[in-house]
Ligand binder design. Structure first.
Ligand code: TYD
Ligand code: MG
Length: 454
């Protein structure tokens, strides 16, 4: 029986299917199956008995120099890169359309060019005139960045062969088109093929290549996950439309720590780095209000304080609402369950809203105690003192567990003028002298002592 040659590949998990379906049965994502050309080697085929050539093996102990890096001079960017841009590396910068990726990369390109790199900026989305106008508005016209508007990958690679740049920005990978793949630009096969070509080119020729990737509604870089696996570094540029703040977050970095963030502010003159993010995230805080607490967090290598806000109100619905912005929804469900089961504080019939102020997104479990405090404060309608911060992880048994870098958290709080802190049990630290630190090992004890009930 003749088999259909086409196959369908999930753009989210990369699983292949013989038939199209609305939902991928590997990862359960909806509308992610895309048609692809047939594979030259099917799953039944193997390399067979034919031998290849032997590969040279090296010793682990051989001395290697640290990769050569160039700094941009923008501290927020250099830190996220792990201490500067590494030569011969491939980077992917993802983010929602309109969040400021092109602006960020044009500004970065200009900085690197000024620091001596030969930089080419290739836009597949905007005409060179448009890019130039943006550069003028950003005051970057002095920088020796070379521009082109092109989507044909073959022509781009030929040009790079001639020009021998140190850094190339490709804006965006979804507009690029390799003529050996019969699929439209932006399709899974095109994105995968062009990203692969560019990544291998970066390694072979010692060029740093930055690819821009748009993010789908589901929050993934459009195109298969394999692109993220291919490149050395994946950065996400995120923020809320209504806010000026933008976070550049390293989600993967072969040359530096992941989870590092850089904070920027979008202004009329482009992106400006924010040197003190804690002060910025807390700048909108008003008078003491029920449901508002300050979490002493750590983002990458740096402490960042931010405000959690909770609202708890009787629910008019049969099923009470749970709504979260900037934190993990299932983690909220867990905290609510622990408060109910271990501390006897029920949230049945109450709508719960939780928000991290300033468009910040927190992923640390260390925020558990701050969330619990915000929920209790909102539920009891009592404000917590404004001069205190909280941190600590909550376990299912209702214990408050120690978290990493307690000292750095306290130091940052003290630096910003806080005088009190509530945290888990742990070693006494040198910096506590200036802060009134209360330590709890159980959530029930915390609820009783801070909110006077159980
Ligand atoms: P852009 O970099 O084009 O976003 P992306 O490449 O991620 O799609 O940014 C577009 C937004 O940034 C646009 O809404 C206007 C805003 N912006 C400023 O506020 N100030 C500026 O100086 C620039 C260049 C853009
Ligand atoms: Mg753009």
């Amino acid at each position: 029986m003749a088999k259909s040659k086409a196959q369908y590949v999930c753009s989210s998990c990369g699983a292949s299917h013989t038939k199209w379906a609305g939902q991928c049965d590997s990862c359960n994502s909806w509308n992610t199956l895309m048609e692809e050309g047939p594979l030259s080697a099917g799953p039944g085929k193997t390399l067979g008995g034919k031998r290849g050539k032997a590969i040279a093996l090296g010793d682990l102990a051989k001395q290697e120099d640290a990769p050569s890096r160039t700094v941009s001079g923008v501290a927020e960017l250099d830190r996220v890169l792990g201490g500067g841009l590494v030569a011969a590396s491939a980077l992917l910068v993802g983010g929602d359309p309109g969040i400021g990726k092109s602006t960020l990369l044009l500004q970065a390109a200009a900085r690197f060019a000024r620091n001596g790199l030969k930089v080419i900026y290739i836009s597949g989305e905007e005409a060179t005139a448009q890019v130039r106008l943006r550069a003028q508005r950003l005051g970057l016209t002095e920088s020796p960045v070379l521009l082109a508007s092109e989507t044909n990958l073959r022509d781009i690679l030929t040009t790079l062969d001639q020009e021998k740049p140190d850094l190339v920005v490709i804006d965006s990978i979804q507009t690029m088109w390799a003529d050996h793949v019969e699929a439209a630009p932006g399709s899974v096969s095109q994105v995968r093929a062009t990203a692969h070509e560019l990544t291998t080119y970066a390694k072979r020729k010692g060029v740093a290549i930055v690819m821009v990737g748009h993010v789908t509604k589901e929050g993934q870089i459009a195109g298969p996950r394999v692109v993220e696996h291919m490149v050395d570094t994946v950065l996400y540029f995120e923020g809320e439309r209504g806010h000026q703040f933008r976070l550049l977050r390293a989600v993967k970095n072969r040359f530096g720590p992941a989870d590092e963030i850089g904070v920027f502010e979008m202004t009329g003159k482009g992106l400006v780095e924010v040197k003190n993010p804690s002060a910025m995230f807390l700048s909108e805080r008003g008078d003491p209000a029920p449901g508002s607490v300050v979490f002493a967090g750590i983002e990458g290598s740096r402490p960042v304080l931010c405000e959690f806000q909770a609202l708890v109100a009787p629910s008019p619905h049969a099923q009470a609402r749970r709504s979260v912005v900037g934190w993990d929804g299932s983690r909220l469900a867990m905290i609510l369950a622990v408060l109910e089961a271990r501390c006897g504080v029920p949230f049945t019939g109450l709508d719960v809203y939780l928000n991290v102020a300033g468009g910040m997104r927190v992923t640390e479990p260390a925020a558990d105690l701050a969330v619990a405090a915000a929920l209790l404060s909102a539920r009891e309608d009592v404000s917590l003192p404004q001069d205190g911060v909280l941190f600590g992880e909550i376990s299912l048994s209702g214990a408050i567990r120690p978290v990493a870098q307690a000292e750095n958290r306290l130091k940052e709080a003290q630096k910003l003028g806080f005088t009190a802190a509530i945290g888990p049990q742990g070693k006494a630290t040198a910096h506590e002298s200036g802060l009134n630190v209360r330590r709890f090992s159980g959530l029930a004890e915390f609820v009783e002592q801070v909110f006077g009930q159980n």
